[in-house]
Unconditional design. Structure first.
Length: 289
């Protein structure tokens, strides 16, 4: 597909690579339908640039390195990359969980991340289990002062409340969507109940129905090995991938009656309303029309 003309999508920052994996041979990928390449430039600094239709190298793009990732933009963002306060706390475990490619709209991936109702059926005996299938009521809102979607007072029974635990309990969760293709989860830490683990999901929307995503975790966990944390998160993500890739339509419908929500979909309703208000088209059924 060609580069999108959607200004809402263009004027944002996107993680496109793990900063520590950059090489001098440039790697080609796509962002919002535009071919780009990234790597280490002649000055040994991170470099991202467009690739023109004839294969020639195009203009360099803005770059920022944050949260272990390389970020870039095809437009003129009015907001900075999402601020993650937990990233500034030195005693946290910082875990990059690796990129996963999915044949789905990146917006669908965000919505799946917000959905607690699928836990017992998709992540059986990990994030959920029968008969604990009901999603207790919670609050969802668009916070106008910061232009973000939040879901608070979320609780759900999980048979494994963390990688460090092998017992079940009700967990307390908070969800945050600071930009259309970034979603965060804050979870009360089982080993330090007065603190929150933070997990961010950065999505690279390559085409309308194709994306890459990487979870980045800031955890209060002095016990688990990096391998155990990675395995735990990757099992969850691969289970989600099967579901997301099989949703139809592939792209996100924003019309209120296109898909029938339930009470458990409060966060999704707020997210879709927020996207519609913004006028985003990339990754939606309206954009493909």
């Amino acid at each position: 597909m060609a580069r999108t003309t959607d200004r809402i999508a263009l004027d944002d920052w996107y993680a496109i690579a793990t900063a520590g994996d950059l090489t001098q041979p440039m790697v080609t990928t796509k962002l919002l339908g535009q071919a780009i390449e990234y790597g280490i430039g002649p000055d040994r600094e991170p470099l991202v640039r467009e690739v023109l239709d004839d294969g020639a190298r195009g203009p360099a793009l803005p770059v920022k390195v944050r949260y272990g990732c390389l970020f870039t933009t095809l437009g003129n963002p009015t907001k900075d990359i999402v601020h993650i306060a937990e990233a500034d706390e030195d005693d946290r475990r910082f875990v990059l969980c690796g990129w996963v490619t999915m044949r789905a709209s990146g917006l669908r991936v965000v919505e799946n991340f917000l959905d607690m109702a699928h836990f017992p059926f998709v992540h059986t005996d990990i994030l959920g289990s029968e008969p604990h299938t009901e999603v207790p009521g919670y609050a969802s809102e668009i916070r106008r002062d910061v232009d973000e979607v939040w879901a608070t007072n979320c609780t759900f029974f999980q048979p494994r409340i963390a990688a460090t635990e092998d017992k079940g309990d009700f967990v307390h969760l908070t969800y945050r969507v600071p930009s259309p293709f970034v979603v965060m989860l804050y979870r009360v830490c089982p080993t330090s109940p007065n603190r929150l683990d933070a997990i961010a999901l950065f999505i690279q929307p390559m085409e309308d129905g194709l994306c890459r995503a990487q979870p980045v975790m800031y955890l209060v966990d002095p016990i688990s090995s990096d391998n155990a944390l990675l395995k735990f998160e990757q099992v969850i993500f691969m289970q989600d991938r099967i579901i997301v890739e099989n949703q139809r339509p592939l792209l996100m419908p924003l019309e209120p009656r296109a898909e029938i929500p339930t009470r458990a979909d409060s966060s999704s309703i707020a997210y879709r309303r927020w996207l519609k208000e913004k006028g985003i088209r990339f990754g939606t059924t309206a954009g493909s029309a």
